[in-house]
Design a protein around this ligand. Structure first.
Ligand code: GDP
Length: 429
């Protein structure tokens, strides 16, 4: 097994740069770089040197096998964050036998292989590192700390009990079964169904928090959608022009709306059109708008414009008059002057916030799908039980549900997705 090293802090000039080394050659690495290895898990100051040549003075930490993030022996060098120090130390490390630079996510991969984290926790960690908003940070932390794993364990516990009860009856002929296990199995399955259904509902919200809520800005061409979006983004992302129908594609702007991740969509002007390219844009815009979590409808003159847009307005949608800065216009919002904008953003936030109340632990689509699979098997098992079908069939469905849950935490059948998950990490994690 190679010993790997990587800079775990962001590259560039900084106060401190943390270089992590993990693997069986850690003692040799320490021997090469410093006078002596610090005591386990105790910070110590060491001169980092290459023979007689002193390179830096660093804070050093040593984690013995089984007591580190990766589960291997780990040495952490808190160097001064200078590109020269980091590059010199890296080059010495690469000269040491069986020591090499780590690949993206390799520390985490080793942590998983050594049983320090399961797959769900790894995904939680990846999401925590990627978290840009408070809501994303909060839910990722729960998963990283084993919140989902704990739930899966309790579901597995109930499923194993149900499987044991059912399987105990398989070897008996009908008339010989000592006790009727159906009521207990049925109760276990009902409880599981409730719990899994709740998790799936919450997971849909969690995916929104992870990937962002979508808010579509709709309105006739030239009503001021792009201008409004530019103001929201605080930079020029959508092209604003005087010619009707220039915004042909859906333009997305990701924002952090007071802790909520919100992606604004500027949709092509919604109106009937002869232009083929534009009409494709309009169809696409309608579809995206229909799927968005919320729609902001900008009007030019009166409410009847909504009918021309051929979009279905939902009760939570927000309707505003645009270009409110023009004298004599109705009160509303103006992308040009910014008036009415903070009220609009507050309104958007207050309509999305109630969706946050349900706490979920399955926060990725992969995780939700695994829960859905488990639920489908449990549903089939409980129908089979109600219909007095044979025990083997029921046991089989329960096994399938267990398999789906094992898959969720990476106990089985996940080799194919590991590469994808770890490559999403940065080097040094
Ligand atoms: P879109 O087609 O709905 O995206 O509209 P645009 O944002 O491209 O704006 C169309 C025209 O209206 C441009 O000439 C803008 O300068 C103008 N416009 C957009 N928003 C405002 C506004 O809030 N006030 C005023 N006075 N003009 C605006």
């Amino acid at each position: 097994m190679d010993t790997i090293f990587a800079l775990s802090t962001a590259p560039g000039r900084a106060g401190v740069a943390v270089m992590r080394v993990s693997g069986p050659a850690v003692a040799r690495v320490a021997n090469r770089l410093m006078s002596s290895m610090p005591a386990p898990r105790r910070a110590a100051v060491r001169v980092i040197s290459d023979g007689d040549d002193a390179i830096d003075e660093a804070l050093v930490l040593y984690f013995p096998m089984g007591e580190s993030f990766t589960g291997e022996e780990v040495l952490e060098l808190h160097l001064h964050g200078s590109p020269a120090v980091v590059s010199r130390v890296s080059s010495i490390l690469s000269e040491i036998d069986d020591v090499r630079a780590a690949e993206a996510g390799e520390f985490t991969r080793r942590a998983m292989e050594n049983g320090r984290l399961d797959l769900a926790e790894v995904e939680g960690l990846a999401d925590l590192i990627d978290a840009e908003t408070e809501a994303q940070r909060r839910q990722a932390l729960v998963v990283m700390r084993g919140g989902l794993t704990e739930k899966v364990e309790s579901w597995r516990h109930d499923l194993l009990r149900a499987a044991a009860l059912i399987e105990a009856t398989i070897d008996f002929a009908d008339e010989e079964v000592p006790v009727d296990v159906s009521p207990e199995v049925s109760e276990l399955l009902e409880r599981l169904k409730e719990s899994l259904k709740g998790e799936i509902a919450a997971a849909h919200v969690a995916e929104r928090i992870r990937d962002g809520f979508e808010v579509a800005i709709l309105g006739r061409p030239n009503v001021g959608k792009s201008t409004l979006l530019n103001r929201i983004a605080g930079r020029d992302v959508a092209i604003t022009s005087e010619i009707a129908g220039t915004t042909r594609d859906v333009i997305e702007v990701r924002t952090d709306l007071g802790g909520l991740p919100v992606t604004f969509l500027d949709t092509a002007g919604l109106r009937e059109t002869e232009d083929v390219v534009e009409s494709v844009g309009v169809d696409w815009a309608r579809k995206r708008a229909a799927e968005a979590d919320l729609r902001v409808i900008l009007l030019e003159e009166d409410v009847s414009e909504i009918e021309d847009m051929a979009v279905t307005v939902k009760p939570q949608d927000i309707v505003r008059f645009g270009k409110a800065d023009i004298p004599g216009r109705s009160t509303g919002v103006s992308g040009k002057s910014g008036e009415g904008l903070s009220e609009l953003l507050d309104e958007i936030k207050s309509r999305l916030e109630p969706k946050l109340q349900i706490g979920a632990t399955a926060i990725r689509e992969r995780q939700r799908r695994a829960v859905e699979q488990a639920l489908a098997s449990i549903d089939r098992a409980s129908v089979a039980l109600d219909n007095d079908e044979n025990s083997e069939l029921i046991a089989l469905e329960i096994r399938d549900a267990l398999y789906a849950l094992d898959n969720l935490i990476g106990r089985v059948g996940v080799e194919d997705i590991l590469g994808e998950i770890f490559s999403s990490f940065c080097i040094g994690k």
